[in-house]
Design a protein around this ligand. Structure first.
Ligand code: ZN
Ligand code: ZN
Length: 355
């Protein structure tokens, strides 16, 4: 579906060779573990094997769908010749050395561009979501939220972290998820100080913070949300830290608009946490892009060079993690719009103390 946009970025003598699974899916709208896409200015070709050919013919509209024979190179050669191609652009960050060698050995008459040129072209397209992509992200978010709401009653003293994670994943699938965006994070008490901790056999205890980072996959698009809830009661310090993270998270959401540098977006939240004295305990970036991959451009950290633009989908996820004690992270996923931003997430984010 995005093949045409890529073809417009190419010179007449260039062909883009796309073998990576996520990039192929993004460009064709067709999910398959195997396939090759060749895009030129005037025509595009998608090779896939017999397992996928029928479905591919029904889905891929912007490229000629070809049944892949054992020798793909022999099939590609006349296509490249006819189009007058001299240079093949490759995805340097995703193409294996073995695949590149195979192309070089089998199709010798071409220059292989192994710079990040094609990577940048594809990420510049992927960064700006089309309306149909936004719809899928919305749907993924609705599913994840329904799963989360259904799981809240399971979060109580005695519940194992891994059981809460399993319950949440089950509830997301029951509500229509094709899968999970990533391995669900459920960490409680002292474990919650690990930003990307793995749910284990620890049981939730009275007085714990429980941080839950979760997402649903829907038609190839991911959602990403984090909530930290308290169980039973909170200390004054826990409430204070939660409030600082919430203030920082909301301020970043409010500041999000086209033209804002991603590094400045990060700084909005980071300054609030730093001024409150917890700067050293917010070690990761404020956010990242989300789409056909859970982490994608634009990345929003202190060293990001990106300027945010309408159509970007990014997270706002500041956190404070006090080693060996507790941690808090709050994460929403937002769409940058012409006017500012729109939050995909409808879950409340005020401190929830489960009794
Ligand atoms: Zn997350
Ligand atoms: Zn995230």
């Amino acid at each position: 579906m995005n093949i045409r946009e890529l073809s417009l970025l190419l010179k007449p003598e260039q062909a883009a060779l796309v073998l990576d699974e996520q990039s192929r899916f993004y460009l064709t709208g067709f999910a398959a573990s195997d396939g090759a896409l060749l895009v030129t200015r005037d025509a595009s070709f998608f090779w896939t094997d017999s397992r996928y050919i029928e479905a591919a013919e029904a889905t891929v509209t912007d490229a000629a769908v070809i049944l892949q024979e054992p020798n793909l190179y022999a099939q590609a050669e006349p296509v490249l010749k006819k189009a007058g191609i001299t240079e093949i652009l490759t995805e340097a960050s995703r193409l294996s050395v073995q695949d590149l060698n195979n192309w070089r050995v089998n199709l010798r008459d071409y220059t292989y561009n192994v710079s990040n040129h094609l990577d940048l072209m594809i990420s510049s397209l992927r960064e700006v979501k089309l309306p149909e992509e936004v719809e899928k992200l919305d749907r993924a978010q609705r599913i994840a939220e329904a799963g989360f709401r259904a799981t809240l009653p399971y979060i109580k003293p005695g519940a194992r972290e891994r059981d809460i994670a399993n319950e949440l994943e089950y509830n997301m699938k029951k509500n229509g998820a094709d899968g999970i965006s990533f391995e669900t994070i459920v960490v409680s008490g002292a474990n919650s100080s690990k930003p990307h901790g793995v749910p284990g056999d620890k049981c939730v205890e009275d007085g714990d913070f429980v941080t839950i980072d979760f997402g649903a996959l829907y038609e190839g698009y991911h959602s990403d949300t984090t909530r930290t809830v308290a169980v039973g009661h909170v200390t004054d310090e826990m409430a204070k830290v939660y409030d600082i993270v919430l203030t920082a998270q909301k301020a970043a959401c409010d500041a999000l608009q086209p033209g804002l540098a991603a590094a400045d977006y990060d700084k909005v939240a980071r300054d609030i946490i730093t001024e409150a004295g917890y700067g050293p305990y917010f070690g990761h970036s404020l956010g990242h892009g989300v789409g056909v991959e859970i982490h994608e451009h634009p990345f929003c950290g202190p060293r990001s060079g990106s300027i945010l633009q309408a159509g970007n989908v990014v997270t706002s996820e500041p956190g404070i993690y006090l080693p060996g004690r507790f941690g808090v992270r709050i994460e929403d996923m937002l769409l940058v719009t012409q006017e500012g931003s729109r939050n995909f997430c409808r879950l409340p984010k005020e401190l929830l103390v489960l009794k």
